[in-house]
Design a protein around this ligand. Structure first.
Ligand SMILES: C[S@@+](CC[C@H](N)C(=O)[O-])C[C@H]1O[C@@H](n2cnc3c(N)ncnc32)[C@H](O)[C@@H]1O
Length: 303
């Protein structure tokens, strides 16, 4: 959703922007190339390998691209350290990159045999193997239910615990498939379990919440925040967090008159979520579930 992101961020020469999830650098390159002379861009990613590859692709932009291996959940501190004090825009393109998914040895995919890893940041200690082989059955079921929205989570957790030790991605996929069966035409039965374990390994949902708050705190007045989510759990967090930040009253409905004094910090730019064009979905099937939401930082009046 490159065009949609550029239009949301309203990139201008001399502006300062942050790509919180640089990945392979596709969006970063588009932001840098959107205007001439290019804007200033701070590129973050927790994955050092991805960041290095993206940095090489951005070489021609020299000092306009600043790279930092950091989590977007720490954007306030990182932006300040890098001299991006009140940026004009920030992008969060959530989840994992095609590169990570396609690199079998990273353990994100059940289509290739690999150790159970799934870390975005390979220097982090917790791996998918630790969760699959170490968590209690009830904790595992809870993760699969909440982060995978998988109704058959208990049955799957029981099967995993009964098959320990589970060594590889393909073993895990087989255990899940054998426990719930495979129906023709549906998504692979292990898809939701893999999504859930990846979210747990990388603490993705807490990061999103912290990242959205950090981004809004960091943005300058009228700065734009663009967030792309790929599944309903992520998108719900983004929608609710932006609605909360945009509302002038957060009193419960039972309170007859507003007493909260809540001050809105953003304006929601697109009331309806933006979806990829049919043309984009046709050329890149993975984009079909992308959902873009955009908010604008309001000028906060000093009291
Ligand atoms: C969907 S990809 C981004 C793709 C990118 N927009 C592009 O055009 O190539 C998401 C990226 O976010 C990174 N990521 C995940 N969690 C992160 C976090 N908490 N902080 C920074 N980067 C994170 C992943 O390592 C991955 O490279």
């Amino acid at each position: 959703m490159v065009e949609e992101v550029l239009s949301a961020l309203q990139v201008r020469t001399g502006g300062h922007y942050i790509d919180g999830t640089t990945g392979e650098g596709g969006h970063s390159l588009a932001i840098l190339g959107a205007v001439s002379p290019p804007p200033h861009l701070l590129c973050l990613d927790v994955d050092a390998e991805a960041l290095e590859a993206a940095g090489n692709r951005m070489m021609e932009y020299g000092g306009n691209a600043t790279m930092r291996q950091a989590s977007y959940s720490d954007v306030a501190e990182v932006a300040e350290e890098a001299g991006f004090l009140h940026p004009d825009g920030m992008l969060l393109d959530l989840g994992l990159s095609s590169l990570q998914l396609d690199k079998g040895e990273r353990g994100f995919s059940f289509r290739q045999e690999a150790l159970l890893d799934m870390r975005f940041d390979p220097s982090q200690s917790l791996t998918a193997g630790d969760i699959v082989n170490g968590y209690r059955e009830v904790e595992l079921a809870d993760i699969i239910y909440r982060y995978g929205e998988e109704r058959r989570s208990r049955r799957i957790a029981r099967a995993i615990v009964g098959s320990r030790p589970v060594g590889t991605t393909t073993q895990l996929a087989e255990i899940v498939t054998n426990s719930v069966g495979r129906r023709r035409g549906r998504i692979h039965p292990a898809t939701k379990t893999f999504q859930a374990i990846r979210i747990a390994v990388n603490d993705e949902l807490s990061n999103i919440q912290r990242g959205l708050e950090g981004a809004v705190d960091t943005l300058g007045a009228k700065g734009r925040l663009a967030v792309i989510a790929y599944h309903s759990i992520e998108d719900r967090i983004v929608k609710n967090a932006l609605r909360f930040m945009a509302s002038s009253c957060i009193c419960p409905p039972s309170v007859p008159q507003c007493v909260c004094g809540h001050v809105p910090t953003v304006r929601i730019v697109n009331r309806r979520v933006i979806k990829p064009s049919t043309q984009e979905v046709r050329s890149n099937a993975r984009s079909r579930s992308a959902r873009l939401r955009v908010a604008e930082r309001l000028q906060i009046q000093a009291i």
